[in-house]
Design a protein around this ligand. Structure first.
Ligand SMILES: NC(=O)c1ccc[n+]([C@@H]2O[C@H](COP(=O)([O-])OP(=O)(O)OC[C@H]3O[C@@H](n4cnc5c(N)ncnc54)[C@H](OP(=O)(O)O)[C@@H]3O)[C@@H](O)[C@H]2O)c1
Length: 340
């Protein structure tokens, strides 16, 4: 059995990690923790977990995690994970970090977009960007996986097959992504109150969302050139789900069927990416509570434009599910084990 600990178990992604891992046939959860001063039973915090797990969740104790675990999931706010990861790695525990702390290659960019100095820049080089569809072999050998952000997962999966193919104008990529409210985590804030979000759709951080450099970095790596996307995030009044619409200028005439064939080839070994038939478009309800990413593609021939739409569950493929997929790869399990 793979022994796992979850730090940040009381948060939204922590909840989904506990839920998925408590049903994983090759996993034993050995430790749960969060910021809490007073320990709680996890099934009291999240009654839907009752019957699947009964375990105390207390304040993090890295010594205890090192003693008991093969893998530690850090479902923590950015800048907090980098406080825990070094000691866990030194203690021989493999770390899958759901925060942004090890995603950006440049500590300068981290400071620019996350507002704080990176305190462990020496660890960044050893971290592998945890998107199995792009980095499966490197993830298998890694001790530190930087699990991708939710918007970047949806955007990069939608665009990766096109990068470096000479099909689209890579200097003009428009990403219009809508997310459910759990994307912001469990913390209380005025703009996330029911009355503020319900029956309302609003864009925010246009051109300044912290996931922009992550998308640029990973698409740029695939394209072999600098990429600077135009990214508009929008909050929609649902709990879960991201629908990501991408608009690209085609630089040559290509039928929709040929673009579909490129996507099918690119994702032929990817069990959680479903490329939809021509004329079909993703719907978040078909990926909710699953680790799937659905992708629809359309060529607007007269306008020489390509539209690619992806849908994921932000807490599953966009966070906890992808993290478990990475764990499966790191531990030599079937990539789909424990996941739907
Ligand atoms: N939400 C998403 O859709 C999503 C998707 C992809 C990635 N992510 C990333 O995943 C991470 C977790 O996100 P989330 O949405 O689950 O956040 P969340 O709901 O706000 O949960 C954060 C968790 O971290 C714990 N925590 C906070 N500060 C801590 C500290 N100093 N020491 C120990 N535990 C601490 C909290 O404990 P308490 O409950 O005791 O405060 C809570 O369990 C974030 O970095 C986020 O950006 C989120």
């Amino acid at each position: 059995m793979i022994t796992v600990s979850i730090v940040g178990a009381t948060g939204y992604t922590g909840h989904d990690l506990v839920k998925i891992l408590s049903g994983h046939p090759s996993v034993k959860i050995v430790d749960l923790s969060a910021k809490l001063e007073v320990p709680v039973m996890i099934e009291d915090e999240y009654p839907d977990l009752a019957g699947s797990i009964s375990m105390v969740c207390g304040h993090p104790d890295t010594g205890r995690v090192i003693e008991k675990s093969d893998i530690a999931f850090l479902a923590l706010p950015h800048t907090v994970s980098m406080k825990y990861a070094p000691e866990l790695l030194d203690g021989g525990v493999k770390v899958i970090d759901l925060s942004a702390d090890f995603r950006l290659e440049s500590p300068r960019l981290f400071k620019e977009w996350y507002g704080e100095d990176h305190t462990k820049p020496e660890l960044i080089d050893s971290a592998v960007y945890g998107m199995p569809e792009l980095n499966r072999e490197r993830i298998a050998k890694s001790s530190l996986v930087a699990n991708p952000g939710c918007y970047p997962t949806a955007a990069i999966l939608a665009l990766a097959p096109l990068m470096g193919e000479g099909l689209v104008d890579e200097t003009r990529i428009i990403i219009d992504a809508k997310s459910g409210v759990t994307g912001a985590g469990k913390k209380a804030s005025l703009e996330l109150l029911f009355a503020e979000c319900n029956e309302s759709v609003r864009s925010y951080k246009v051109g300044s969302h912290q996931h922009t450099p992550e998308i640029d970095q990973e698409l740029g790596r695939l394209a072999g050139r600098e990429i600077g996307v135009i990214f508009t995030p929008t909050l929609v009044p649902v709990n879960r789900g991201i629908l990501c619409s991408c608009y690209l200028k085609l630089v040559k005439d290509i039928p929709g069927e040929d673009v579909l064939a490129i996507y099918r080839r690119f994702y032929s070994g990817a069990p959680f990416v479903r490329v939809l038939k021509r004329g079909e478009w993703p719907d978040t309800k078909y990926v909710t509570n699953t680790n799937y990413c659905d992708i629809g593609i359309g060529v607007l021939k007269d306008k020489k434009e390509l539209v690619v739409v992806s849908a994921i569950d932000n807490l599953v493929k966009g966070a906890a599910g992808q993290a478990v997929q990475n764990m499966n790869i790191m531990c030599g399990c079937d990539e789909k084990e424990g996941l739907v």
